[in-house]
Design a protein around this ligand. Structure first.
Ligand SMILES: Cc1ncc(COP(=O)(O)O)c(C=O)c1O
Length: 258
């Protein structure tokens, strides 16, 4: 049966693609795996095409194109911070490749040791487990038979000794789509002086997010799950948290003078 993917037609690059199928024929492609990686949107494609003539090195050249590119790169940080309800005066956006890299970067930059505790949950994607487990001890909030937990369960984990440094929690489950009550959970963690880090990989593409209203300190998400090609992710964190410490990557772009 021929179907027309009218609900997205024309909004995403590749909507008009016909692909070979097992019966030897061809069908119009319908992407049902966008939670893993979405197609690029027509708007993203247009913005990239329009900018490419101006594109040059970021912070590594004196020419006009490099200056324009560097200025747009810095502007993009503020756009991203505002996009999730943050204030560019207090928060900074970094551009890791994806959520995985964002959380690895953060776990490294926090200077955690094996005597530190990170509270996390059984809902998490491994991107929000393995980076923390590399440096610290995990204390994991269990889920019930529906794959959910309540605020009291998180509070109980936060109150165990030793006091945790970080609460690393998913904003939306990639398995069930469940959205934990971030506002209440964030408030509980902040009352206890625990840094709230949200894996926004499945939340940010699907809901408006306001980290200020939610009481969230840090959020990470992936551009490739929200209509950009792979390689443009986001880590939004308080400037104060990133002001000191060793860079995650050393080399090009990490020196003041050569
Ligand atoms: C909830 C959640 N967190 C983190 C990730 C990791 O995202 P990425 O592979 O873009 O780093 C995914 C990927 O599917 C996810 O669904």
């Amino acid at each position: 049966m021929e179907t027309t993917p009218a609900f997205t037609a024309g909004q995403y690059v590749g909507d008009d693609l016909w692909v070979p199928v097992l019966d030897g024929g061809t069908r119009q492609y319908v992407d049902l795996d966008t939670a893993a990686t979405s197609s690029a949107s027509v708007a993203v494609n247009r913005a990239v095409q329009e900018f490419l003539p101006w594109y040059a090195s970021v912070h590594r050249g004196a020419g006009i194109r490099s200056q324009v590119t560097s200025a747009r790169y810095e502007e993009a940080r503020d756009v991203l911070v505002r996009f999730v309800g943050g204030d560019p005066a207090t928060h900074l956006a970094l551009f890791p490749r994806n959520t995985t890299e964002a959380l690895n970067l953060l776990a490294y930059r926090l200077g955690l040791t094996k005597s530190d505790v990170v509270v996390t949950t059984e809902v998490e994607h491994h991107a929000n487990l393995l980076p923390w487990a590399r440096y610290a001890q995990l204390r994991t909030v269990a889920v019930d038979e529906r794959g959910t937990f309540d605020v009291a369960a998180v509070e109980a984990a936060l109150d165990q000794s030793p006091r945790p440094r970080v609460l690393a929690i998913s904003g939306g489950s990639n398995v069930t789509g469940w959205l934990p009550d971030l506002r209440a959970i964030g408030a509980a963690a902040r009352q206890r002086g625990v840094l709230v880090v949200v894996d926004g990989a499945q939340l940010v593409p699907h809901r408006p997010v306001d980290i200020t209203a939610l009481g969230v300190d840090v959020i990470a998400f992936s551009g490739h799950k929200m209509y950009a090609p792979f390689g443009a992710g986001a880590l939004i964190a308080p400037r104060a948290l990133l002001a000191t410490g060793e860079p995650f990557l050393v080399g090009g772009g990490a020196v003041q003078a050569v």
